[in-house]
Structure formats: structure tokens, C-alpha cells
Design a protein around this ligand. Structure first.
Ligand code: FMN
Length: 332
């Protein structure tokens, strides 16, 4: 009993050659070169946030990457704005390419040909089945609790095991990552119990020292509870970003959101003015107006540590919880 030690190894850690089953979400704009490298250094998989194919940003952040073993991710419906950036990323980051928010079929042949593992983020069972049919190597099943964009129609707790079961029949070799609402070791342990092979986290890493967001935004995360987020298109309207039908983003329900929720048509009319206010507020650290794009798990976040400490802490907590139950069982 004394020598009983739990270490978490999954199909994901073996397939992607990582130590811990923790993946950094390719967050726009938080997941820059320093954050992706820090997560990789701690034994997880760091994904550089290619977001809306902003080449200037991507090249600048690539210059800050300190390790060869990170991957990248894009908001797939924006790739046509600069298709060459996908080629650049595939060449530079062969560890993994994550696609989200559009049919990955368009880019699957290119990614497969490059020999890069393709991670597809999905929000429904139907999307998961489609993704494995067109060659996804890893599925991220994202529930509505998540920070950032999604369809917002399924919750992590019932979506993940449903995807796991369906893939066991259709594509048994494809690992599943749980995403949405996971921010500590309890979340990782729960995800593994649901049959997932690991977790992909955004919000928890947003509140780390390396994340590319102002410190006042991180402080807002620490201060808020999980009751204070909402799914909305308000900031997309202000930014003039035309997301595909059904997609909304989860953000902190601040003064700007309260002002415009339910008045989206009016916001469209005054969008240019409001965008100026949002951009100024983001720059000056006023997050009553600037967007804090995070999910329900903010209620579990009480500090702004280094990203590597987050990885180690979460793994240790999950291992301890498994060990606790195993010991109880052995003792019984
Ligand atoms: C600030 C922020 C930005 C995000 N940007 C992206 C993105 O550009 N591309 C993407 O695939 N997912 C993006 N996401 C969603 C994540 O991939 C992931 O689904 C989500 O963070 C998981 O839920 P969690 O926030 O509860 O950990 C973003 C999430 C956050 C919090």
C-alpha cells in the first residue's frame, strides 16, 4: 500500500509523445509563443493560437517560441484569408494542427499529406463523427461551459462520454479530449472518468503569467465567480467578425455586455463607435468595457501562476484524487 503511486498515461500522451494529458487551447490572442512553450516545457502540449490568420501576429509569436515540440491551431473559417499561413504553420509546427469552427474536411488532405496530427474541435456528436470520417487524429469535445466560441448546444459532462462511446465503435484509435469548464485536478480526473484521454483548457491558462492578455483582465478572472459569464455575439458584432450561424462566445458579463445584450441590432448601427471604445478599454485595462473572454471555470480560478505550475498542480491533484479512491478501495 505504501508504494502505491498513480501516474496518468493515456492514449493521448503516447500518441502525441507528451508527459501529461493536458493541452493548451490555441486561444486568440492569449496563447502566444511564451505560453505555448511554457506548457510544453511542463510536459503538456502547447498550441500557438493562430486565431483569425493574423500573419504579423503569428510570425512575431513564432519568434518567441523556445521549443520545437509545440503545435498550432486556427479558426478554420478564416484560413481562406491567408491560406499560406496554414502551410507555414504545418512546416514550422509538425507536432499538431488544431482546426475549429468550420468543416475541417477542406484542409484535412493538406494536413494529412504533411504528416501532422490533426486535432478537430467539435461541439456536437454529429460533428465528432464527421471529423473522424474525414481523418481527425484527435477530437476535442467542447461543451458550452467553455470560454470563447462554440455552438453552445451541448454540455461537457454528457457530451464527452457520448463522443467516447460513438468513437469506440466508429474510430476506436482516435483519442478524445474534454474541453469546457475544466480548471483543476478534479476536472482532469472527472474527464478521464468520463472516458476522455485528456483535457484541453483555455480559461485556466488565460489567468497565467505568460498569457498574452493585460494583467487587469487576469485580475477580473480571479475576482469573478462562475455565475458571471454569458454566451453572446456582442463583441463579434463590435469587431465586425462574421461568425458562422449558431456560434457565440462566452465572456464575462461586464457593463458593456449588460448594455448591449438584447440590443444587438442597435449595436450593429453604432458598431464603429463602440469598437473604438472596446479597443481603448482593452488597451487601458478597463474590463468593464473591454472583453474578458473566459468560461464558467473562472469560479475555480483564484491566482495567476506560471503556466508550468498550472500543469504540474493539476496533474498532482488528479493523481492524488485517484490515489485516494484506490487506497480506500484497497483498504476496504
Ligand atoms: C480567450 C479564449 C480564446 C479562445 N480562442 C480560441 C481560438 O482562437 N481557437 C480555438 O480553436 N479555440 C479558442 N478558444 C476555445 C478553446 O479552444 C477551448 O474550447 C476552451 O477554452 C475550453 O474551455 P475552457 O475555457 O473552460 O477551458 C478560446 C478560448 C478562450 C478562453
Amino acid at each position: 500500500l505504501e508504494e502505491f503511486v498513480v501516474t496518468i498515461e493515456t492514449r493521448l500522451t503516447k500518441r502525441l509523445r507528451i508527459k501529461h494529458p493536458i493541452v493548451l487551447a490555441p486561444m486568440t490572442p492569449a496563447s502566444g509563443g511564451a505560453l505555448a512553450s511554457a506548457v510544453a516545457a511542463a510536459g503538456g502540449l502547447g498550441l500557438l493560437g493562430g486565431g483569425y490568420v493574423d500573419r504579423v501576429w503569428f510570425e512575431a509569436e513564432s519568434a518567441k517560441v523556445t521549443r520545437p515540440d509545440i503545435g498550432a491551431g486556427f479558426i478554420a473559417w478564416t484560413i481562406p484569408e491567408d491560406p499560406g499561413l496554414l502551410d507555414y504553420a504545418l512546416e514550422r509546427y509538425p507536432r499538431a494542427m488544431m482546426l475549429s469552427y468550420a468543416d475541417p474536411a477542406t484542409y484535412a488532405p493538406k494536413i494529412k499529406k504533411a504528416g501532422v496530427p490533426m486535432i478537430c474541435q467539435v461541439h456536437t456528436l454529429e460533428q465528432a463523427l464527421h471529423a473522424v470520417d474525414i481523418g481527425a487524429d484527435v477530437i476535442v469535445a467542447q461543451g458550452t461551459e467553455a470560454g470563447g466560441h462554440g455552438l453552445g448546444v451541448r454540455s461537457t459532462m454528457p457530451l464527452v462520454p457520448a463522443v467516447v462511446d460513438a468513437l469506440a465503435a466508429r474510430a476506436p484509435e482516435v483519442p478524445v479530449l474534454a474541453a469546457g469548464g475544466i480548471a483543476d485536478g478534479r476536472g482532469l480526473a472527472a474527464a478521464l472518468m468520463l472516458g476522455a484521454d485528456g483535457v484541453l483548457m483555455g480559461t485556466r491558462f488565460y489567468a497565467t503569467q505568460e498569457a498574452l492578455v493585460p494583467s487587469a483582465a487576469k485580475a477580473a478572472v480571479v475576482a469573478a465567480t462562475g455565475d458571471e459569464t454569458v454566451r453572446t455575439s456582442i463583441y463579434d458584432i463590435a469587431n465586425g467578425r462574421f461568425w458562422p450561424e449558431g456560434y457565440t462566445g462566452r465572456v464575462v458579463r461586464n457593463d458593456f455586455v449588460k448594455k448591449w445584450l438584447g440590443h444587438e441590432d442597435e449595436l450593429k448601427r453604432v458598431r464603429a463607435e463602440e469598437l473604438k471604445k472596446v479597443q481603448q478599454a482593452f488597451g487601458s485595462g478597463d474590463f468593464d468595457v473591454g472583453n474578458v473572454t473566459v468560461g464558467e471555470s473562472i469560479g475555480l480560478i483564484h491566482d495567476v501562476p506560471k503556466a508550468g505550475d498550472v500543469v504540474e498542480r493539476i496533474v498532482a491533484e488528479a493523481e492524488a484524487s485517484f490515489e485516494k479512491y484506490a487506497r480506500q478501495r484497497i483498504a476496504a
